[in-house]
Design a protein around this ligand. Structure first.
Ligand SMILES: *[C@@H]1O[C@H](CO)[C@@H](O)[C@H](O)[C@H]1NC(C)=O
Length: 193
């Protein structure tokens, strides 16, 4: 049998199953660490079947402005996920959707970026976006990964996912900005490539 199968792990509110194989994927464990997800401000809920995990951040905000230090301009959260993968299959992430908000002044830029890689492999996939101030919005921000990076074939995978937000007021030091990620749902969506 020639299976060329791609399981997309996407950040969607919905879980689609287009084949029995999706039943066999599950998130078996995860760890989060970083300046944007310290244990006291981060919470998460892994579904008992391992099909999705909700990530909630209480302090994932980057700031720039006269009263902030350079280090306040960048926050990150590194998530390490262990994924059970059925024999003969691989998966990739196609995108993450972050519940986010920003308020960015004149000549200030806000940016977000997610990258992921599989443990013991080199390629890294990256998705990002930049917002030029002045701008203010509560929104869903999407990291679209291109090109995709696939998990090793037929093996359980450990994937590192790093998300960061930045605010840069280097072009106008008097101006301010903040950029927040509030939550990120992660779930399996299956599609065939
Ligand atoms: C984002 O999160 C906030 C706070 O939990 C919530 O009120 C809002 O409805 C969410 N937005 C979206 C687009 O889900």
């Amino acid at each position: 049998m020639a299976f060329v199968t791609s399981l997309w792990l996407a950040l969607l509110g919905t879980f689609y199953i287009l084949g029995s194989a999706a039943q066999d994927y599950s998130i078996t464990g995860y760890i989060a660490s970083g300046t944007g997800c310290s244990p006291s401000t981060f919470s998460s809920s892994l579904a008992s079947d391992g099909k999705n995990v909700g990530l909630k951040y209480g302090s994932f905000t980057a700031y720039a402005g006269p009263s902030y230090s350079y280090d306040d301009g960048r926050k990150n959260c590194q998530l390490t996920l262990s994924v059970k993968v059925p024999g003969g299959y691989q998966f990739a992430f196609d995108k993450f959707n972050h519940n986010a908000s920003y308020a960015i002044g004149q000549d200030v830029t806000g940016s977000f970026k997610t990258s992921y890689y599989f443990q013991a492999t080199l390629p890294e996939a990256e998705g990002d976006g930049t917002i030029a101030g002045p701008a203010k919005l509560d929104t869903t921000l999407t990291d679209n990964f291109s090109p995709l990076v696939w998990s090793p074939c037929g093996q359980n995978a450990v994937v590192g996912i790093n998300t960061e937000v930045r605010v840069d007021n280097g072009n106008n030091n008097a101006a301010s900005g903040s950029f927040t990620i509030r939550s990120t749902p992660v779930s399996f969506t299956e599609s065939y490539a």
